[in-house]
Write a protein that binds this ligand. Structure first.
Ligand code: CP3
Length: 370
């Protein structure tokens, strides 16, 4: 139990699925389900800066609820409106969101001798106070949800956050990141460990505030070779999965299902199945049936994984892709949470997402689909 009392859940399908139970149909939610493809998002956001919306619990909770209300009865989870880059902000770095360009760090980490590195390494960051606005938004959202669906909390994985901190924003070549791992591996690992500890505390406090499940987004996991993944990515994902349940126990809180999304690192799936996560998010480069074979008898639920681009396609293509996915994941009565293989992209017609959700309901509710 978290420290607040909320209305009981009316739909706990995603939690049961994540814990490995047999279910009546596959639960579904969509990464980035609150966002730019929804006209009501732009309306509620108005002229406000993106991070200003994240810091305002009233607005953040309104944005979180928008897809739940628009797709009433079709979504089985909500995800708190925020961003993975709030951790670098809490650490003391400036991050701006530039319209149509994405995140920008005016002063990224240059090298281990740059004073900023030493400064960040020695600073004791209190994610309890620095990110208090996220916990407030979570508690308010739980109240507004009134038990309709569970609320997912999240953070960025250490590796992905490190990439942003050294690149200063999005990148195609990862030049700075590669300089760090191939010139300063020790300093890189020390920073990754520092971030991992902050992730554990931040997720625990999100659960305390009311988050019922958590997801760790490792959006840049696929930029590494299999051997670099073992060195710079996986140990820090493992640290979070091993330490979050302990921290929750210390705080007197029940465990929550943990989802990891190592985007692009298809080669790592066998090994990631051995970490302590309950759910592994798969991007669309995975063949579901192959992934299921690799998983074997291990008690892991998969999440995903249609190419988000199918939502630009015809309804016939959407049906085809959903049919393929349902078949590949074994029908949808166990071990699968339906989603896309990455966040929904701008310019998608919200009615086409509705069709995708309806097709998942239709094709996983059938008698013989499991
Ligand atoms: O509905 C939800 O899923 C909750 C909200 C959410 C946002 N960002 C809101 C957002 C979540 C879960 C995130 C996670 C996030 N943020 C990730 C991991 C997921 C992924 O896509 O890989 C990453 C890499 C970020 C960093 C980030 N934030 C980028 C690269 C961008 C710009 C490009 C983009 O795709 O929008 C953002 C901005 C952002 N985060 C927006 C939203 C709704 C758009 C802001 C706007 O223009 O209004």
């Amino acid at each position: 139990m978290c420290e607040h009392s909320f209305e009981p859940l009316k739909n706990d399908l995603i939690l049961r699925t994540a814990w490995g139970h047999h279910v009546e149909r596959a639960p579904v939610w969509i990464m980035r389900q609150a966002g730019r493809y929804l006209p009501e998002y732009h309306e509620a956001k108005g002229g406000r800066d993106f991070f200003e919306c994240c810091r305002n619990p009233e607005i953040a909770s309104t944005l979180t609820l928008q897809p739940i209300e628009r797709y009433e009865g079709l979504l089985d989870a909500s995800i708190i409106f925020s961003d993975i880059l709030v951790i670098p902000q809490a650490m003391g770095m400036t991050v701006e969101m530039v319209d149509k360009k994405g995140p920008h760090f005016p002063n990224p980490l240059k090298n281990p001798d740059d004073g900023q590195y030493a400064e960040l390494m020695k600073r004791d960051v209190d994610v309890g106070t620095e990110l208090d606005y996220v916990y407030k938004a979570i508690t308010l959202t739980r109240k507004k949800l009134a038990g309709r669906v569970p609320l997912i909390g999240f953070c960025g994985a250490p590796w992905t956050l490190f990439c942003y901190m050294v690149e200063g924003g999005g990148t195609k070549l990862f030049i700075e990141t590669k300089k760090w791992i191939f010139r300063y591996p020790g300093a890189t690992k020390a920073m990754l460990q520092k971030i991992a500890a902050l992730c554990v505390e931040y997720l625990a406090l999100q659960v305390k505030a009311g988050a019922q499940m958590v997801q760790i987004f490792d959006s840049w996991a696929g930029e590494l070779s299999p051997s670099s993944f073992k060195t710079f990515c996986e140990p820090y994902l493992a640290h979070i999965a091993d330490n979050l349940p302990r921290r929750l126990k210390d705080l007197g809180l029940d465990p929550v299902p943990m989802i990891v999304f190592p985007k692009g690192a298809w080669y790592s799936i066998d090994s990631v199945c051995n970490l302590a996560y309950d759910v592994i998010g798969l991007d669309w480069t995975h063949d579901p049936a192959e992934a299921v074979k690799t998983r074997g008898k291990r008690p892991i639920t998969f999440q995903g994984n249609a190419d988000p681009g199918v939502l630009y396609g015809s309804h016939e293509s959407i049906t085809e892709v959903v049919e393929e996915m349902v078949k590949g994941f074994g029908g949808g009565k166990k071990g699968w949470i339906a989603n896309l293989g990455h966040g929904i992209t701008p310019m998608v017609n919200p009615e086409d997402l509705k069709f995708y959700l309806q097709e998942i309901h239709r094709l996983t509710s059938m008698e013989n689909s499991g």
